[in-house]
Design a protein around this ligand. Structure first.
Ligand code: NAD
Length: 297
């Protein structure tokens, strides 16, 4: 069993840390929010006074932070965890961040003699609680092999996507498909409404035809056809529109840096930005259908 430092125990990190405890590991947590730390302590974790203390005297450090700037701040510099940890400590960053920051931090880790992987997740808060997350991993083979048993305690599907940063690359490519496809499905349902075609009929046909996709069959943006989709509970998230916007912006940043043309990705980012600016960012991202419907009125 490993001694693990876990930094960032919010909506995702909290249940992930608790699953590591359940698997029998010793977990020491740190978060800027005292309430988040308390929930983990109640589940059997110890707490650290700061990020450097969380990285000392452990075999592994897991980080689950909001964005690239937080990851850089926690890992790098004189007060960073790469400096504080013992040589050979394994680092797992599961935050969703920009590819450039992921590669910069991985380079600093390699230079400091620390094995490190980027391992962003999909599956949301429900997947984190049920230990069914999908981990998309970038980094050296040896670091992946060392991390795999721990990832298996928190997730179900673990894929090594290549060298450092490739986990983040996989995450933003996947979520760009998701953002675009949710808008496409929403536009189709709104058009169907105008044409007098029933939601359920469109669903029955498209879910068995070439329009079939996850946004339609798992996360259908209208109430009825998929009873578990957020549309049936007033678009309560789920996966918020703000989170979708974050990932679409990361995809646009990466596309610009890599010289890739992603016109629909850019359109999707602009559409979600409008939705967030209209004050709806806290709702599930499938709520975008309501803005699309209203635009036609
Ligand atoms: P969250 O805001 O609930 O948790 C982040 C935590 O990090 C907070 O508790 C915050 O206090 C803490 N934090 C920030 N800076 C810190 C620092 N310097 N030291 C210690 N703690 C610090 O966010 P979340 O929903 O848990 O998301 C975490 C990451 O997972 C994000 O990158 C997000 O994009 C990604 N993600 C989220 C979901 C989801 O459905 N929530 C799904 C997939 C991926």
């Amino acid at each position: 069993m490993a001694a693990i430092g876990f930094i960032g125990v919010g909506n995702m990190g909290g249940p992930m840390a608790r699953n590591l405890l359940k698997a029998g590991h010793k977990v020491k947590v740190f978060d800027l929010a005292a309430a988040a730390v308390k929930v983990c302590e109640e589940a059997g974790a110890t707490s650290a006074a700061g990020v450097t203390e969380a990285a000392k005297g452990v075999d592994v450090v897991v980080t689950m932070l909001p964005a690239g700037q937080h990851v850089r701040a926690v890992y790098l510099g004189d007060n960073g965890i790469l400096k504080a940890a013992a040589k050979g400590t394994l680092f797992i960053d599961s935050s969703t961040i920009d590819v450039e920051s992921a590669r910069a931090v991985a380079k600093a880790a390699a230079e400091a003699g620390m094995p490190m992987i980027d391992a962003p997740v999909s599956g949301g808060v429900g997947g984190a609680a049920a230990a069914t997350l999908t981990f998309m991993v970038g980094g050296p083979e040896e670091a992946f092999a060392k991390a795999k048993p721990l990832l298996e305690a928190m997730g179900k599907t673990i894929v090594h996507a290549g060298p450092a940063g490739n986990g983040q690359a996989a995450k933003i490519c996947n979520n760009m498909v998701l953002g675009i496809s949710m808008i496409a499905v929403s536009e189709a349902f709104v058009l169907a409404e105008k044409l007098g075609l029933d939601h359920q009929k469109l669903f029955d046909i498209s879910s068995k035809s070439s329009g079939q996709c996850w946004s339609l069959t798992t996360y259908c943006p209208v109430p009825g056809p998929v009873p578990t989709s957020p549309a049936n509970r007033g678009y309560q998230a789920g996966f918020t529109a703000d989170m979708m916007l974050k990932d679409l912006k990361l995809a646009q940043e990466a596309a610009k840096a890599a010289g890739a043309t992603t016109e629909l990705g850019a359109d999707a980012a602009a559409i979600y930005e409008r939705y967030a600016k209209a004050g709806q960012g806290g709702l599930d991202f499938s709520g975008i259908i309501n803005m699309i419907r209203d635009a036609g009125r």
